[in-house]
Design a protein around this ligand. Structure first.
Ligand code: AMP
Length: 630
C-alpha cells in the first residue's frame, strides 16, 4: 500500500481514535494526521501487523503510539506494549511522546529502560508496574532473562528504526526478543530503509503485514531558488529573524510550522520583535482566514505563520519567501509549500531550517525538486548591522535627494557655531537619535563590526546597544509601538538578566537536609540548554547556592529541577522570570504524576559510616519528585 502524495485533509477524528487521545492531540496542537499517520493508524487499530517504511520526522512515533495506547487496559499495570529502539535517546524521546499522548489516560505509566542506566533503578521501577516499556534490545533481553520483565500480557510489539538496530548490531537480540514474546501479539516494524535482513525478519516474525510506504515525488521541477540553514531548535528563532533582515527582495513571507499551537506562538514572538504578522491555522473560521489573506494581499501584514493545511490553495502574488521553519513530513509537502511563492511570474525564494538529525531530508528534497539547495549560514551580528547601516544610508541619501533641507542646514550651522562641535559629530549624534528605536548594532557586532562603522570610533557617547525582543523594529515593522504589544514585557524595576547580574544577588540559605521538591521550567533539550546554564542562572539570579540545587532532568521542551520545597512567593517570582538562552523559565512546582519516569539514572549517594544509602522518601510516600537530601 502506498499513500497518496497529497496532504491528507481529514482530521484525526476520522481515524477511529478514542476521545482521550483526540483530546491530547488537540492539546499538543496537531491539526491533521501526517501521511504516515493517516495510513498506519486505521491499519493498526484494525489489529493488522505492519511494515512501515518511514524516516524520523514523518510523524511515525504517533503513528504507532496512538493505536497501541488505545488498546491499553489502564486497570492492569503490566507491560502490554513493548517498543524497541536502537538508542537510549530515542527510547526517552518515544517514552516522552507516549506520556504526552496519554495525558488524558489517568494512571498511565510508561518506562524507558536502556543500557547504561543503573539496574537497581530499573528493577525498582519495573517492580512498581507499568503499561508500556520502551527499551533498547540488549537491556530488554537482560530483564527478560532475569525475569524482572515478564511479557505474558504483551499485546503490541513495535520495532522502531529497525535498520538502525541492524546497523548497530542488535538484530540477533531483536530476533531473540521476538521469539520470547507471545505469538499472538500484534507487531509493527518501522524502518527508514528495507534491507534484505529486515525484510527477512518481517517475513519470519510478522503475520501478513500491511506494507506502508510514503511515495516520494521525483519529477517536480521547481523554479524557486532554495536554501537551507542547519540550526538547532533553540537557535531557530534567532536565525529566522536575522535571515529575514538580510534577505534581498523581501516582500512577504509564509512561514510553515507543524502545529496550530506553533503558528500562534511563533506569530506572537515575531510580533513582539516588531514584525507585522498573523497566524493561519485550522482553528480560524473561514471569515477570519479570508481576512488574514486579504491583509497579506493589501500589505497590512507581511508574514503569515501557517500549518500546511491552513495554507493550502493560498495564492498571494507578493509572497516572496517561503520559510520551512519546521521541516515538512515529506517531499510532497515541501513542494506544496514552496509552490506558495514564485507566483504570477515572479521569482520566489524558499528557505528550509534543518536540525542536524533532519539533514537527511536535504538529499530527498534535492532529488524531488531536481535542484541544488544551497547552504545558508546564520548571518552574524556584523552582517545584520551592515544591512541595517546600508538601509539607513539609503534613507539618508533619499532624504537628501527629495526633501527641502534649507532650514536644517541653518540649524546645523548654528549648532556648529554656538556649541563648537563639528558637523560630523552632529551627524553621528543624529544617527544615534534616529536609530534609537532600532539600533544599527547587535550585541556581538563589534566582533564582526560592520564595514566602515568599525573604522570610525564613536564620536558621540557610547553607541546604543541592541535591545532584544520587544524594542527592536525591523524595516518592515508594524506601526504599533512595541510597548503597546500585549506581550511586550514592562520594564522591570529589578532587571533579571541571563547569566551573571551586575549587582550581587542576596544569597539565600536553606536548612541542611531541607525537603526538596521538583519544579518545572520551560526550557529543554530543544532549546539547546545545558544543566550548568540552569544551575548558573538560578544561583546567580535567585541566590540559591549550587548545593541547594538538586537533580536536573532535560526533556524536549521543558526541564525539571529539584530545589528546596515551599519557596517564598518572592523567590518564586524571581524564578519565574529568570531567562536562560532568552527563554523565561516560568518556574512552577511540578504536580504529582506530572514527572515522566524518563530521567537518567540517579546516582546512589555514597555509603557513609558503612551504612547503606538511604533511598527512602522522608514520609515513606510514593512521589519520587519530592525527596530529602542526605
Ligand atoms: P517523529 O517522526 O515521530 O519523530 O515526529 C517528528 C515531529 O513531528 C515531532 O516533533 C512530533 O511532535 C511532530 N508531529 C508528529 N505528528 C504530527 C502532526 N500530525 N501534526 C503536527 N506535528 C506532528
Amino acid at each position: 500500500m502506498t499513500t497518496s502524495p497529497d496532504i491528507i485533509a481529514a482530521g484525526f477524528d476520522t481515524l477511529g481514535l478514542a476521545q482521550p487521545l483526540l483530546k491530547a492531540l488537540a492539546d499538543v496542537g496537531y491539526e491533521t494526521p501526517s501521511p504516515i499517520q493517516a495510513a498506519c493508524i486505521p491499519v493498526l487499530l484494525a489489529g493488522h501487523d505492519l511494515l512501515g517504511e518511514a524516516q524520523t520526522g514523518t510523524g511515525k512515533t504517533a503513528a504507532f503510539a496512538l493505536p497501541l495506547l488505545q488498546k491499553i487496559d489502564l486497570k492492569r499495570a503490566v507491560p502490554q506494549a513493548l517498543i524497541l529502539t536502537p538508542t537510549r535517546e530515542l527510547a526517552i524521546q518515544v517514552a516522552e511522546a507516549l506520556q504526552k499522548y496519554a495525558h488524558h489516560m489517568p494512571g498511565f505509566h510508561v518506562l524507558p529502560i536502556y543500557g547504561g542506566q543503573s539496574m537497581v533503578v530499573q528493577l525498582r521501577a519495573l517492580s512498581r508496574g507499568t503499561h508500556v516499556i520502551v527499551g533498547t534490545p540488549g537491556r530488554v533481553m537482560d530483564h527478560l532473562e532475569r525475569k524482572s520483565l515478564v511479557l505474558n500480557n504483551l499485546q503490541t510489539l513495535v520495532l522502531d528504526e529497525a535498520d538502525e538496530m541492524l546497523r548497530m548490531g542488535f538484530i540477533d537480540d531483536v530476533k531473540w526478543i521476538l521469539e520470547h514474546t507471545p505469538a499472538e501479539r500484534q507487531t509493527a516494524l518501522f524502518s527508514a530503509t528495507m534491507p534484505d535482513v529486515i525484510r527477512r525478519v518481517a517475513r519470519e516474525h510478522l503475520r501478513e503485514p500491511k506494507e506502508i510506504k510514503i511515495r516520494s515525488a521525483t519529477s517536480t521541477v521547481v523554479t524557486t531558488s532554495q536554501s537551507y540553514c542547519q540550526t538547532h531548535t533553540g537557535q531557530k528563532l534567532e536565525a529566522l529573524t536575522r535571515i529575514l533582515e538580510v534577505e534581498d527582495d523581501f516582500d512577504a513571507a509564509i512561514i510553515f510550522v507543524r502545529t496550530k499551537t506553533a503558528t500562534v506562538e511563533l506569530a506572537d514572538k515575531l510580533e513582539a520583535r516588531g514584525y507585522s504578522v498573523a497566524a493561519l491555522n485550522g482553528d480560524l473560521t473561514q471569515g477570519l482566514r479570508e481576512q488574514v489573506i486579504e491583509r497579506l494581499k493589501a500589505g497590512t501584514i507581511d508574514i503569515v505563520v501557517a500549518t500546511d493545511v491552513a495554507a493550502r490553495g493560498l495564492d498571494v502574488a507578493r509572497i516572496s519567501h517561503v520559510i520551512n521553519y519546521d521541516v515538512p513530513y515529506d517531499t510532497e509537502a515541501y513542494v506544496h509549500r514552496i509552490g506558495r511563492t514564485g507566483r504570477a511570474g515572479r521569482t520566489g525564494r524558499a528557505i528550509l531550517f534543518l536540525a542536524p538529525r533532519e539533514m537527511y531530508m536535504l538529499k530527498l528534497i534535492e532529488r524531488a525538486t531536481k535542484q541544488k539547495i544551497t547552504a545558508l549560514t546564520m548571518p552574524t551580528p556584523g552582517e545584520v548591522a551592515n544591512r541595517r547601516v546600508a538601509q539607513f544610508t539609503q534613507q539618508i541619501v533619499d532624504i537628501i535627494k527629495t526633501e527641502k533641507l534649507d532650514f536644517f542646514f541653518d540649524v546645523v550651522r548654528r549648532m556648529e557655531g554656538e556649541q563648537d562641535i563639528a558637523a560630523r559629530e552632529i551627524a553621528a549624534a543624529l544617527a544615534w537619535l534616529a536609530t534609537r528605536e532600532r539600533p544599527l548594532q547587535m550585541p556581538g557586532a563589534n566582533d564582526h563590526a560592520p564595514r566602515d562603522v568599525a573604522a570610525t570610533p564613536p564620536a558621540v557617547s557610547p553607541a546604543p546597544t541592541f535591545v532584544r525582543d520587544t524594542e527592536r523594529k525591523p524595516a518592515r515593522a508594524s506601526t504599533k509601538p512595541p510597548e503597546s504589544h500585549p506581550d511586550a514585557e514592562p520594564r522591570r524595576e529589578r532587571p533579571v538578566r541571563e547569566g551573571r547580574s551586575d549587582t550581587p544577588v542576596k544569597q539565600r540559605s536553606f536548612a541542611e537536609g531541607a525537603t526538596m521538591q521538583r519544579y518545572r521550567i520551560e526550557i529543554g533539550r530543544n532549546q539547546g540548554v545545558l544543566p550548568k546554564e540552569i544551575v548558573g542562572a538560578i544561583a546567580n539570579e535567585a541566590g540559591i547556592a549550587g548545593k541547594d540545587i538538586g537533580q536536573i532532568n532535560l526533556f524536549e521542551d521543558y526541564s525539571s529541577v529539584e530545589l528546596p520545597a515551599n519557596l517564598s512567593d518572592d523567590l518564586m517570582d524571581i524564578l519565574r522570570r529568570i531567562r536562560v538562552r532568552q527563554f523565561a523559565l516560568k518556574t512552577r512546582v511540578m504536580e504529582a504524576g506530572e514527572f515522566v519516569d524518563t530521567r537518567p539514572p540517579r546516582r546512589a549517594p555514597p555509603a557513609r559510616d558503612g551504612k547503606k544509602p538511604d533511598w527512602k522518601k522522608p514520609d515513606g510516600a510514593k512521589p519520587e519528585w519530592k525527596t530529602k537530601r542526605s
